[in-house]
Design a protein around this ligand. Sequence first.
Ligand code: HEM
Length: 142
Amino acid sequence: MKIKLLSTLLLTLALGCFAAFAENEPTPLEKEMKAMNKSLRTLKKQAEDAAKKDENLALIATIKKSVEASAKLEPAETKKVPAAEKAAYLDKYKAQMTDLAKTYDELEAAIKDGKAEDVKKALVKLSDQKEKGHKDFAPDEK
Ligand code: HEM
């Protein structure tokens, strides 16, 4: 009897630990976003450095893959959206991801052509799109 009680207790504990772990595990979208963020930070520091042009273009290529992957995923918040509004919500999310990809294209062109002003403009646009994207789809993120 004691053994049964003990194993039930242990099983409950193990399940609790697993649930806590699953909750803290980053979503696939969060992983893509974090990867993009990391490359973008490096890029921001050296975007106008002509000597790092190839490195910067390689960073953009990596970022674009993350944006492509992100567009195919759904924000975690989607589960809170009523069924009738879900399709419109996801269409809006994809549209904002498409806009984000376009801005990275603009940044890429500006870096290729060595146009410092356009580089600055594209970086500001990216910050605005990030802010709006997070306000609309990840209210808990900054
Ligand atoms: C330059 C642009 C962006 C950057 C650098 C960026 C970066 C990030 C980072 C670092 C996180 C994880 C937050 C954390 O560490 O706690 C995150 C989460 C998230 N971002 Fe972005 N983000 C960008 C644009 C966007 C846009 C445009 C959207 C929506 C259209 C978006 C939607 C989300 C969502 C939904 C999450 C939460 C993850 C989830 O729901 O699973 N982000 N982002």
